[in-house]
Design a binder for this molecule. Structure first.
Ligand code: ADP
Ligand code: MG
Length: 577
């Protein structure tokens, strides 16, 4: 379609707004234009966090020489012509505003050539005013150079953060588009240093690998694409072994458009419930595909938020996809030897804390991984995945803390407390789910005194407490009468358990319900401790119950319940291989 000005009544239906807030907004608009132009290669270069220079070059269809000036006019677009199309948008851009807005606050040079024209054309504007239009020799495609951003709007300039922050935003954006379009080759240079490069093979995994490096890519679980559905959710989610301190590595792509959606991020975090340590977040790349008519992209000036026709359907599809993947694939972490000491792949201090690849790494990422003597999952037979544990044979107890067992995957070390917590937690949540909590009436009601803060929390949640089997009633001035407690708490420190339950439940992240959080604390209180000697029968019971758990690999706080050393590892260490 030729570029044309949108008629007034159509232009007025478009969610308008100032779209250029900072350098990353410019990069976003230029990348979207390149993608809409059918580019297969998109190269981005920035200098000084984008404030001095932003250059985006593509090999797309180019702009006809007689249309370049029009392309910079407000509401001039080749992507939309009728109001009806506005409800079924298939391009990333549609407002015809970006080039005009960028040109208004910078010096822009655009060189372009279409495939059926002999020569290309170059146009240069300052503050939106054309300075020069001249023919230029160049290959098919478009290169836009934006210099001195916000030179004529000093307040905007003052609002910008450090170069590192601005370029961090840009790197994040390029990564997100690379994940959205794995079939395109992206590169990002900052100060002539390569930050990101993807290969454009079309496989999402390859894009993940290029962006996050091998260590993280290795830990990603595939959410398969289900053909034939109207609503499809697919991509990759991190195994519980990898996590981050923020939600920023949750990339949501709706019909390949990168969006922010708090309720969907929440759905994902919730799916990780009891698998991650508190306040830690997964790395997730999810494509959500649905008919364009079922999603309104014309609600936000920078198009970063969308409105779904059926939000709850999308919410549950996302949650189901993530949960199913996690339950089906999480496996027992293999002990690996790192720099002479033994660490597990589950240890958050290694993988979890590694700086994000998106923060402009100084060096290559693959080379700086700690050296591993033992590679995880050496051979396929040895990789024991699946939601349940295999049958394990108890060998004995170590340091009154770990149960040693033998299984098809080699030697298993089970943390008796963490494992018991998991068992208790599932038992209790099942009971709560069926409204069949096994609680025991105390022979004599107990009076307990709580601090004012705890007393207040208990009073607010009397009903929730009843749900988990604690029948408590106020007894005046910070005292409470406890009539019944969950079965396993009989004989335990009821006052301490109660105080800790309400405290933890109150502080628990948004991903956990109050009752769930209370159950986690309760599980901890009723589980065997480290340092407790267990008989063989007790160990066998523990292992049998763990085998029956739905998510046996982590305790409800997200720590591993067991580690494994493969036979191959042992053979290699003993020099048998
Ligand atoms: P929109 O993308 O909403 O249409 P823009 O202001 O971003 O508005 O761009 C205006 C028009 O200029 C586009 O509709 C497109 O026809 C043309 N254009 C912009 N960038 C490119 C590019 N990189 N390659 C080809 N055409 C482009
Ligand atoms: Mg555009």
């Amino acid at each position: 379609m030729r570029i044309h000005r949108l008629p007034e009544e159509l232009a007025s239906k478009i969610a308008a707004g100032e779209v250029i807030e900072r350098p990353v907004s410019v990069v976003k608009e230029l990348i979207e234009n390149a993608i809409d132009a059918g580019a297969r290669r998109i190269d981005v270069a920035i200098d000084q966090g984008g404030r001095r220079l932003i250059r985006v070059e593509d090999d797309g269809c180019g702009i006809r020489a007689d249309e370049v000036e029009l392309a910079f006019a407000r509401h001039a677009t080749s992507k939309l012509s009728s109001v009806d199309q506005l409800y079924e948008i298939r391009t990333l851009g549609f407002r015809g505003e970006a080039l005009a807005s960028i040109a208004a606050v910078s010096h822009v040079t655009l060189s372009t050539k279409t495939s059926d024209e002999e020569a290309g054309i170059r146009i240069r504007l300052e503050g939106g005013v054309p300075q020069l239009v001249e023919p230029v020799g160049r290959p098919t495609g478009t290169m836009v150079t934006v210099e001195h951003l916000f030179y004529n709007t000093p307040p905007r300039l003052k609002f910008l953060r450090t170069d590192a922050t601005e370029s961090g935003h840009i790197a994040r954006l390029v990564s997100a588009y690379a994940l959205a379009f794995p079939q395109l080759r992206f590169s990002l240079m900052h100060h002539e240093r390569l930050v990101t490069r993807t290969t454009g093979t079309g496989a999402l995994y390859d894009a993940l690998l290029a962006i996050y490096g091998l260590d993280v890519a290795d830990e990603m679980l595939e959410v398969p694409r289900e053909e034939g559905q109207r609503l499809r959710v697919w991509g990759y989610v991190s195994s519980p072994a990898v996590h981050r301190s923020t939600r920023q590595e949750i990339t949501l792509l709706v019909n390949r458009r990168w969006i922010q959606d708090n309720s969907l991020s929440y759905a994902i975090t919730q799916a990780y419930q009891s698998l991650l340590p508190q306040r830690r977040h997964p790395i997730v790349v999810l494509h959500i595909e649905l008919p364009p008519r079922d999603v309104d992209v014309n609600v936000h000036p920078t198009k970063q938020e969308v409105r779904f026709q059926h939000p709850s359907e999308v919410f549950s599809a996302v949650q189901r996809a993530v949960r199913t993947t996690l339950m089906g694939q999480s496996s027992v972490p293999i002990i690996s030897r790192v720099d002479g000491s033994y660490g597990s792949r589950m240890a958050p201090s290694r993988e979890g804390e590694r700086s994000s690849a998106l923060l402009l790494p100084e060096e290559g990422r693959v080379g700086d991984a700690p050296r591993r003597m033992w590679e995880p999952g050496d051979s396929n037979e040895e990789t024991v995945g699946g939601e349940r544990l295999p049958m394990l044979r108890v060998i004995g107890q170590l340091a009154q803390t770990y149960v040693l067992a033998e299984g098809p995957g080699g030697l298993y070390l089970i943390d008796q407390h963490a494992a018991h917590e998991r068992i208790r937690y599932e038992e209790l949540s099942n009971q709560v789910g069926r409204a069949a909590v096994v609680s025991q009436e105390l022979l004599e009601p107990r009076v307990i005194d709580l601090s004012p803060r705890h007393a207040e929390l208990v009073e607010e949640h009397l009903e929730d407490l009843a749900k988990v089997g604690m029948e408590v009633s106020p007894f005046g001035s910070g005292s409470f009468l406890v009539r019944s407690v969950p079965q396993h708490l009989v004989g335990g420190d009821v006052a301490a358990a109660l105080a800790e339950m309400v405290e933890a439940a109150e502080e628990g992240g948004a991903a956990f319900s109050w009752v769930d959080q209370a159950l986690i604390t309760l599980s901890c209180h009723t589980a065997v401790r480290a340092g407790q000697t267990l008989s063989f029968d007790e160990m066998r019971d523990l292992v049998r119950s763990l085998e029956r758990c739905e998510l046996p690999h982590t305790c409800p706080h997200g720590r591993p319940t067991l580690l494994r050393m493969t036979r191959q590892q042992l053979e290699r260490e003993f020099g048998r291989l």
